[in-house]
Design a protein around this ligand. Structure first.
Ligand code: FAD
Length: 504
């Protein structure tokens, strides 16, 4: 008499889905391929701090990641799959999992960070040597960053050209539907508890502000996208620059860990947002694509200026211990719009793009500190910290990147505040000590007459600091440093202090 078939005799072998920056079930080609194999699906997240080296996820990003993994586990469980969490060096963990589960295939969606590209290639090779099938899919970007190329096959040096080229390519297809149901493995695959990954801050727990500002997870990401399209997209081009207007999508942290794909975003913009003026928003999304395009061609971009003449730039100092860096990070520079941005970052893990531009310009040009110090602080503090996008933007502000702002355009933090926060709402929200300053002095409290300060209840240097630098002097110092580095004479000798403002 033959034995009754076991479940394993009928099912194809298990497939491991290695999830990384694709923490969603919609539009997830690796998950779809695993489900379509007909075999048990084992979704795995590996917390590997070693392989990423100095670009391991920062503090705010870890907080987000923990919440996002919890949300993903819930979504997967509803469809019959159990998220496996492991810690350790990814190559070793994957090898162990293959041995434990009898999986014959490992699938993933590509990551584009240089360390991840190298890691994945090595793991794919090791698996292939053991006869394990590996399939990698594209899901993080709209276009493969290496395949968009100039006629000579090189990278684009300007966003405008990159954007034009992308518009001429076939549009990204519609997003993939999530698999309706997953088959689980016959035997339980052991998982770490989420808390064991140590992602949430404990002593002290500084994440209260993050928790009240954000709701990580793919369900929230889709809800945020829909709300943005319904309520904000129509006026995006008018409101996107005002830090207090809430005119942007705030999708960046969701996109960062892949709770939503750019393809889902574009598809929703064209369907749900049909007829609305979407180009200004799509251009921003394509800045994200452009950032990865540049990182693909210049993997050293997070550390090294793209323009070689900036290699020996005469920075004021480059110490992480410097007093000016400490005041910048703490939001105590004495320039209210800069300090508001930095405190918003500290409390919520996010900063409006206009504020990012202003604080970055202040660090690099007014304080003359290396852009890499600001990049590192953002990396640690942003819930949307992204290796490619962060590096491209810091280099852009510093003037050493591709398509960068001309060096002689130096933001005046007072004029920027008055232009983009004319009623001082953003400043008052984040600097309660200036709540009662009249609009006229909200961006320049040190110029307020004593009676005005007294009425507003502000004692300078007790409640709020005087400016750390005199902007006019700092501007001259920056111009001369840039001219020295670039060995240039000023292109516009008569340029007034405000002139650089106008182009922005
Ligand atoms: P929206 O205006 O709604 O834009 C939609 C999406 O387009 C964003 O979610 C983002 O994915 C992309 N996008 C928008 N602006 C840019 C830009 N300038 N460059 C590339 N992509 C963009 N963004 C990050 O996601 N991670 C970072 O680490 C990061 N670091 C930055 C550092 C500096 C110095 C500066 C000036 C900007 C940085 N940005 C970064 C870009 C930008 O500030 C944020 O993407 C944006 O503020 C996110 O808000 P949002 O989702 O509401 O954007």
């Amino acid at each position: 008499m033959s034995e009754a078939p076991t479940r394993n005799d009928r099912l194809p072998p298990p497939v491991i889905v290695w999830l990384r920056r694709d923490l969603r079930i919609d539009d997830n080609p690796a998950l779809v391929a695993a489900a379509e194999s007909g075999g048990p699906v084992i979704p795995v997240y590996i917390h590997d701090e070693d392989t990423a080296g100095r670009w391991a996820v920062g503090g705010a990003g870890r907080w987000w990641l923990g919440r996002s993994l919890a949300a993903l586990a819930g979504v997967l469980a509803e469809r019959g799959a159990s998220l496996v969490l492991r810690r350790g060096v990814a190559a070793a963990v994957i090898a162990d999992l293959v041995a434990e589960t009898g999986a014959r295939a490992v699938v993933w969606n590509r990551c584009h960070e240089p360390f991840a590209v190298a890691r994945d290639a090595a793991i794919a090779e090791a698996l292939a040597a053991r006869g394990i099938a590996v399939r990698a899919f594209d899901a993080a970007l709209l276009h493969d960053p290496g395949r968009v190329a100039t006629r000579s096959g090189g990278p684009f040096q300007s966003f405008a050209q990159f954007w034009r080229e992308c518009q001429s390519l076939p549009p990204p297809g519609p997003p993939l539907a999530a698999p309706a149901r997953f088959t689980g493995p016959e035997r339980l695959v052991l998982s770490e508890e989420l808390v064991a990954l140590g992602l949430a801050p404990s002593r002290p727990d500084w994440a209260e502000g993050l928790a009240s500002a954000w709701s990580p997870g793919s369900v929230s990401a889709v809800a945020r996208l829909e709300e943005f399209i319904d309520r904000r997209l129509a006026a995006y081009h008018l409101t996107r620059n005002d830090p207090d207007r809430g005119g942007t999508s705030r999708l960046s942290p969701h996109l960062g860990v892949g709770e939503i794909s750019p393809r889902q975003v574009v598809h929703a913009i064209h369907t749900r947002g049909e007829g609305l003026p979407a180009e200004p928003f799509l251009r921003e999304l394509y800045w994200r694509e452009f950032s990865y395009h540049l990182l693909h061609h210049r993997p050293d971009m997070p550390d090294v200026p793209l323009r070689p003449e900036f290699a020996d730039f005469p920075w004021a100092e480059d110490s992480e211990e410097s007093e000016s860096l400490a005041r910048w990070t703490a939001g105590r520079t004495g320039y209210p719009i800069v300090d508001a941005g930095m405190r918003a970052l500290w409390h919520t893990g996010w900063m409006h793009n206009r504020a990012r531009l202003i604080v970055a310009s202040f660090l690099v040009k007014d304080l003359l500190l290396p852009w890499q110090l600001g990049e590192a602080w953002f990396w640690e503090s942003l819930v949307d910290a992204d290796l490619a996008v962060n590096a491209v933007n810091w280099q852009w502000v510093a003037g050493c990147g591709v398509d960068a702002a001309p060096y002689f355009r130096i933001f005046n933090p007072v004029l920027q505040g008055e232009k983009f926060d004319p009623r001082g709402r953003y400043v008052r929200r984040w600097l309660p000590e200036l709540e009662h300053m009249p609009d006229m002095f909200i961006h320049r409290p040190w110029e307020a007459p004593p009676a005005v300060l007294a009425k507003a209840g502000v004692v300078l240097d007790r409640d709020y600091p005087r400016p750390i630098v005199d902007h006019a002097l700092a501007r001259r110092r920056a111009l001369s440093a840039y001219q020295q580095a670039l060995r240039q004479t000023p292109p516009h000798p008569t340029l007034s202090p405000e002139e650089g403002e106008r182009a922005f």
